[in-house]
Design a protein around this ligand. Structure first.
Ligand SMILES: Nc1ncnc2c1ncn2[C@@H]1O[C@H](COP(=O)(O)OP(=O)(O)OP(=O)(O)O)[C@@H](O)[C@H]1O
Length: 259
C-alpha cells in the first residue's frame, strides 16, 4: 500500500536549474527505496519535498491520500521522520537525551512533558543503536558517526510510518553501516516505508529492494534493484567507468570503481 505518492513533480529553486522533472514515485509500506545519483543532482531536495519541507513547483505529493501541502507540520511529523544530511545537524546545543525526546514533540500536547515511558523509549532506542553510553552527552561533543547514529535514534523516537534518510551511513564505519542497513531491513519488515539516499550502489544491492536513479536532467527511473543496478545504468548516471559483477563468495552483485 502506498503511504506517499509523487505525481508528475517538478521542482527548481528560485533562479536555479530544474532539479526534478516529471518525477513519479510511490513509497509503499514494507518497501525500501534507495535513491542514487551524482552530487548536486537533487537527492536531498527530493527528500525535503517528500516530507513537505519544500513544495513542488509542479505536480502533486500526497500522504495517505491527502495533499501534502494541506497537512500541518505536526500532522506530517506524526507519519514521516527525516534523518537529515550530517552537514545540517552539526553543533546542536542539546544533550542526546533531550535531542531524542524532541522526536516525541509531534505526538505530545502543547503543555505535555515527557513521561517516564518517553525516557524509557529513548534508552531503548540508544540500546538498539549500540550507543547507550551517549545518553547524557552533549550532542556538540559527539563524533560525526555518533551524531549520525543519535539522529537516526531521534527519527525512531517519532515512530514514523515513513522513514526518510539522507545518506544515513555517510559518517559510519563498516560495522555501523551494517547495523543501520540491518535496522532498515527490520523496520521495513515490520511495515515501515523507507526511502534513503546513498552514494554507494553496494548499499542498494545489500538492501535488495527498489532503486531510484536520479539523473542530471531531473528524471527519476525506479525499479527493482536487480534491473536498475547494472554497469550500464550506473556508469551512465555517474559518468564514470565501473563494473557490476556477481561475486559467488558473497552470492550477490558487487559494484566496483575503476581508476
Ligand atoms: N536552498 C537552495 N537554494 C538554491 N539552490 C540550492 C539550494 N539547496 C540546494 N541547491 C542546489 O540544488 C541542487 C541540488 O542540491 P541537493 O543538495 O538536493 O543535491 P544532492 O543530490 O543531494 O547532492 P549531494 O549528493 O552532493 O549531497 C544543487 O545544484 C544545489 O547547489
Amino acid at each position: 500500500m502506498a503511504i506517499l505518492e509523487v505525481s508528475n513533480v517538478q521542482f527548481n529553486y528560485p533562479k536555479g536549474p530544474q532539479c526534478l522533472d516529471q518525477v513519479n514515485l510511490a513509497l509503499n509500506t514494507g518497501e525500501i527505496t534507495t535513491i542514487l545519483g551524482p552530487n548536486g543532482v537533487g537527492k536531498s531536495t527530493f527528500l525535503q519535498l517528500l516530507c513537505g519541507l519544500l513544495q513542488p513547483t509542479g505536480g502533486e505529493i500526497t500522504l495517505n491520500g491527502c495533499a501534502m501541502d494541506s497537512l500541518s507540520p505536526a500532522k506530517r511529523a506524526q507519519t514521516i521522520a527525516l534523518v537529515p544530511q550530517m552537514n545540517q545537524i552539526a553543533g546542536l546545543p542539546y544533550t542526546v537525551l533531550d535531542y531524542l525526546l524532541m522526536g516525541k514533540t509531534a505526538s505530545m500536547g502543547l503543555f505535555h512533558k515527557p513521561q517516564s515511558a518517553d525516557y524509557q523509549a529513548a534508552e531503548k532506542v540508544l540500546q538498539r543503536l549500540n550507543c547507550s553510553q551517549l545518553l547524557e552527552r552533549s550532542c556538540a561533543s559527539l563524533s560525526g558517526g555518533q551524531l549520525q547514529l543519535v539522529t537516526v535514534g531521534k527519527a525512531l523516537m517519532q515512530k514514523p510510518k515513513l522513514l526518510l534518510l539522507d545518506e544515513p551511513t555517510a559518517a559510519l564505519d563498516y560495522k555501523n553501516q551494517v547495523e543501520i542497513l540491518r535496522l532498515l531491513k527490520d523496520l521495513a519488515h515490520s511495515g515501515l516505508a523507507i526511502a534513503l539516499t546513498s552514494h554507494d550502489p553496494n548499499q542498494a544491492i545489500l538492501l535488495e529492494d527498489r532503486v531510484a536513479l536520479l539523473d542530471k536532467t531531473g528524471h527519476l527511473r525506479v525499479g527493482p534493484m536487480t534491473t536498475m543496478i547494472s554497469a550500464e545504468n550506473l556508469s551512465q548516471i555517474y559518468e564514470t567507468d565501473l563494473t557490476v559483477t556477481f561475486v559467488p563468495n558473497c552470492q550477490r552483485l558487487v559494484c566496483t570503481l575503476m581508476i
